[in-house]
Design a protein around this ligand. Sequence first.
Ligand code: FEO
Ligand code: CA
Ligand code: CA
Ligand code: CA
Length: 738
Amino acid sequence: MDTLQKAHSFAENNYDDNEIVNPSANPHMNELVAAMVSRRQALKGGVSVAAATLLGGLSLSACGGGDDPTPAPPAAKPLALGFSAVAKNKNDVVTVPEGYQASILHALGDPLHWGDATWANDGTETADSYNRRIGCGHDGMYYFGLSEAGKYQADRSDRGLLCVNHEYVVGPYSLHPNGLTAGSTRIASEVEKEIYAHGVSVAEVQRKSGSMDMAMVRGSRFNRRITSATVMDITGPARGSRLMQTRFSATGRQTRGTNNNCANGYTPWGTYLTCEENFLNVISRAVGDDALRSAAEVVALKRYGLTQGRVSPYKWDTAGTDDLFARWTSSVTGADATQDYRNTINTFGWVVEIDPFNPDSVPAKRSALGRFNHEGAWPAPAVVGQPIVIYMGDDARNEYIYKFVSKALWSAADVNGGMAAGAKYLDEGTLYVAKFNADGSGQWLELTHGKNGLDASNTTYPFADQADVVTHARLAGDFLGATKMDRPEWGAVNPLNGEAYMTLTNNSNRVDPTATPTGSQLKPDAANPRYYSDTKTDDSKTPPVSTVSKGNPNGHIIRWREAASNGAATSFAWDIYLFGAQADAATDVNLSGLTANNDFSSPDGLYFDPRGLLWIQTDDGAYTDVTNCMMLAAVPGKVGDGGAATAAGGTATIKGANATDATVRRFLVGPKDCEITGIAVTPDGKTLFVNVQHPGEDGSLASPTSAWPASQTDSASKARPRSATVVVTRKDSGAVGV
Ligand code: FEO
Ligand code: CA
Ligand code: CA
Ligand code: CA
């Protein structure tokens, strides 16, 4: 979701889901500016010494050394894109390449079990039925092969469990009979339905006879909903902390619900990771609450965006005194933290592990992975005898990139180990935050209590223990001088060489490098180098309406290669794989040389499929005058395959090799006012799942702008728009994309 560009009609006080709450003046900013000056000189002669050293050292381990984390598969035909590029368009359908077909797997409100009626298209479904229906706002997802014995079978392609995040309710103009009922207090029945329409769905899927297309298996014993009310454990360092105590769990060991589940991850033992992003959508705090808090608590609440008196856009707390609603105000109302919900805020912003193969399993908030606007959690390929490594981003302007390295070393015997394996690998480990240096090198800075000044004497924030460090990872990152990024969205790790990628979707907060930044504004830096203007003209209005965006409106994709291959590396080399831009933009904006066949803006979703094909999805508001959001397929190179560049605005950076029609190509364009987000590909590469989130988001029940997914097959349809999962296959049943 990106309400940065697309304000919810829902919210009266439209909440910018990516509002800036990082005011910290990291000491490194000045260092970076100084370093950039000297770096420009260094780059005149090519890659800097530091980066060259890193790249040189790394190339050894990336060429098949004994400790390579991702040994290349046996020599196969080189990956190559094998479809005709889809043209940009603004149609109310999913457009796929010639020779491909798209079908709808499931959409908002579809029943997972027998006994509930099918979607009625009038909002009459009961709130309770959403405990058994597909939720709203399809986002991150993962396909797990399912064996005949009901276990995880990584190589199975014709039958599996599809886990899908339901990030938020859209509008919500498809969910309720008459759309959202306006007012300063919410109606209980509507809020209850919204609580159950958030979260995650698990659905069994099977291939249709004679086709690579798939259908949901209604009534499967694996089908399950996890919602914003599901009981879950808090595990890792924050388990039992005073910071997690609530009236629901005086011991601080449990909470209810996972919320605003954006992107995702998966584990090699066969569990799903779902990540809590814009949890402030649903959490309020009372006027005057600061006076009832310690100074440290006020610092922490502010850093996480929950200022006193803040009214959440969803206002769930206003629907009544029932605990189901009252818990959404993170305010002091009782004698101590076991008597109220002052700590509600601390129970969101985590990575949640779900075992889809055990419908009775209790999900776990794995606190060792830190608390922030978690976009997702992307593992490096697991290697026996080495730690599990997971990359993560905090999606808000000026926030950070993180890495978790498990203490336990991977044993393949733990496949199908469920939540016990999760506890083994995800509850103990080391959390790091990234610093990107101007010379193309980078460091992972350790977020461990008692190290690097992260202790009770810290003047930024007094870290009492590791529970405090993980719960307030942003504050720890501030103190260590982590690099403020242009909104980290999805990450992905190349299975062929172990390099990690992350989208930086856009940042309106970068300012002219010659100007003096004010407030939370930032000058560009080498890893976030852009400052320019982009004009969008909406021809559907009379007269046409033009809006100008400044900063980094089109986003970019950064990537890095670790200095060692065993997960323990604390340094890396980076470059910028791709810059989003219109093909006709100036060359210092269209830095990657995009053409009409592959130009895009605001990359968000990112996924390496099992073959090593990279898929890029957009959540854009800058190029939407020309095209709906889209998905591209790419065959990427590697860190260091390009060279020095200077971005519009004059900031020096390091970019990857330019894109060509052969290496990056548009595969799909979505319906109107949607975001393309969430992708999975079966192990055989023949079935691709892609999510369409919030079609018609800019409309309303009275004035809809989309009728998708009904419009996919009926252009005259007046049906309500719904988020949905699409299955894309080749008509000749071949592998997709190649
Ligand atoms: Fe839910 Fe950052 O996108
Ligand atoms: Ca986004
Ligand atoms: Ca434009
Ligand atoms: Ca996203």
